[in-house]
Design a protein around this ligand. Structure first.
Ligand SMILES: Cc1cc2nc3c(=O)[nH]c(=O)nc-3n(C[C@H](O)[C@H](O)[C@H](O)COP(=O)(O)OP(=O)(O)OC[C@H]3O[C@@H](n4cnc5c(N)ncnc54)[C@H](O)[C@@H]3O)c2cc1C
Length: 432
């Protein structure tokens, strides 16, 4: 037993995969040669494949795991403006004009997903629920309220400031010091989104194969020889869509993404009424700490799905349950007696400049580094990199070929993670 939860009764399969029917993928031999080979069948890889295939390139997507085993089948499904650096920080790096264009891409990513769900009718559990950002301290509230009043022209979002006195209209707690509702934020069912992107890639003509790892890449005759579990495939163009699962396949890329475990738990079924009594508008909830916690009603509205960083170093997701449960019940003490039925982890990819990166290096394309916020970014930038692979001008973005930094001390294993988490956690605890 861990607290009120019996270890044996907690599933480490993400809640979203419980009742979903993943279609069987073809198991015929791999083609000897393709125009575009994409490593990784998450949101990025499948979106890219849709574009390369639609442009007439013979396209093959390979994934080492089963469909949904990467982050795209195990995330929180929250859709928000998803770039971490501020416009000011980006302006000092890239100049004002390019910085604004970069921020506009993040808004375009939300529009892209909304259009997929609403105009193109893809069933991805899209909910225009908005998000309540809770202020962890009084000062955070003041900053949030000021930012809501002084929005940057061209990047405006619909925001309401919620005082602490009115906060219970958003969430049944006094834990926060007020906050802001971002009305344009939304949520998806992560697995439904993944399957929608799979259908689109296949309908466009791409072949998708899971449980087939790419083990090595060799350059040959202006293209690539790709060594896989199921034989060698020649490819004219190659995309790494491996994000937090980027291994030694390309050491240059591995040195630029920092894999970090992101953990989630789901409560037992509470029923829609009880969930509504806790989060009346069914919104996503995010708080203003550095070590962020985020939660929302499940796609069927019957549970709470809660995510955050439970430990300094990476841990078994079940071992994280007591801490995550404690974090949740500090905010919503009403959930104290409730059982946790699911706990899982996935590997997100941070980067040293906290930015996603897409581009090409000597014919090898990449699109990765969403810093834990790829639900809107990965389908959008994945589509863009696919268009770039197909040589289409509409694939250009303001982020193309930004310098992709690494550090002299980093070779793919983030030994500095535990001290960083400790430092951030300390800052959070003193409200700094
Ligand atoms: C717990 C959790 C909660 C999250 N919540 C949110 C959220 O609420 N909102 C949000 O915006 N983002 C969230 N994210 C992040 C988001 O899920 C990711 O940014 C996004 O899914 C990345 O998609 P991707 O296709 O680039 O990578 P992935 O979906 O991770 O796919 C990469 C794939 O590459 C494959 N691969 C790697 N190496 C090889 C190889 N050599 N051969 C073959 N295949 C290989 C892997 O098997 C994997 O399937 C969350 C992530 C986690 C883990």
């Amino acid at each position: 037993m861990i607290g009120t939860d019996s270890k044996a009764n907690i599933s480490t399969t993400p809640l979203w995969q419980d009742h979903v029917a993943v279609p069987e993928l073809p198991s015929n031999p791999l083609p000897a040669e393709v125009d575009a080979l994409i490593v990784g069948a998450g949101y990025t890889g499948l979106s890219a494949a849709r574009e390369t295939a639609a442009a007439g390139l013979r396209t093959l997507v390979l994934d080492a795991g089963a469909m949904g085993s990467g982050c795209s089948g195990r995330n929180g499904g929250q859709v928000a403006y998803s770039l971490k650096p501020s416009l000011k920080a980006l302006s000092s790096r890239h100049g004002e004009k390019r910085a604004l264009a970069i921020c506009e891409e993040a808004l375009a990513a939300i529009r892209y997903l909304r259009s997929l769900a609403t105009h193109e009718g893809e069933d991805c559990g899209w909910r225009e629920s908005g998000c309540f950002y809770g202020a962890h301290t009084k000062r955070h509230f003041e900053i949030m309220a000021r930012e809501a009043r002084q929005q940057i022209p061209g990047l405006e979002q619909r925001i309401s400031v919620v005082s602490r006195a009115d906060q219970r209209q958003e969430i049944a707690t006094d834990y926060y010091h007020g906050g802001c509702v971002y009305h344009d934020d939304a949520s998806v069912d992560p697995m439904k989104l993944l399957l929608a992107l799979l259908r689109r890639a296949q309908a466009g003509g791409a072949a998708v194969r899971d449980r087939c790892a790419v083990n090595a890449i060799r350059r040959s005759h202006g293209g690539f020889e790709v060594l896989t579990d199921l034989g060698t495939v020649k490819a004219r163009k190659l995309l790494l869509a491996t994000n937090g699962y980027s291994g030694p396949l390309s050491p240059w890329h591995q040195r630029r993404v920092i894999p970090i475990g992101s953990y989630q738990i789901a409560t037992e079924e509470l029923g829609t009424e009880r969930v509504r009594s806790l989060i009346p508008h069914g919104r996503n909830i995010v708080d203003s700490r550095r070590i962020v916690v985020y939660f929302r009603p499940s796609a069927d509205g019957k549970r709470i799905v809660f995510g955050g960083r439970a430990a300094l170093a990476e841990k078994d997701p079940i071992a994280c349950v007591p801490r995550l449960r404690a974090m949740l019940t500090r905010i919503l003490p009403q959930l104290q007696p409730v059982r946790i039925t699911h706990a899982w982890v996935g590997w997100v990819a941070y980067t040293f400049d906290a930015m996603p990166h897409l581009g090409e290096r000597d014919g090898l394309f990449h699109c990765m580094g969403y810093c834990g916020q790829g639900v809107p970014l990965a389908p959008y930038f994945g589509g863009k990199i696919g268009q770039q692979m197909a040589g289409l001008a509409q694939g250009r973005t303001a982020l193309d070929n930004l310098p992709f930094p690494s550090r002299a001390y980093y070779f793919g294993s983030p030994w500095f993670l535990a001290p960083s988490v400790w430092a951030y956690r300390t800052m959070d605890s003193i409200g700094w």
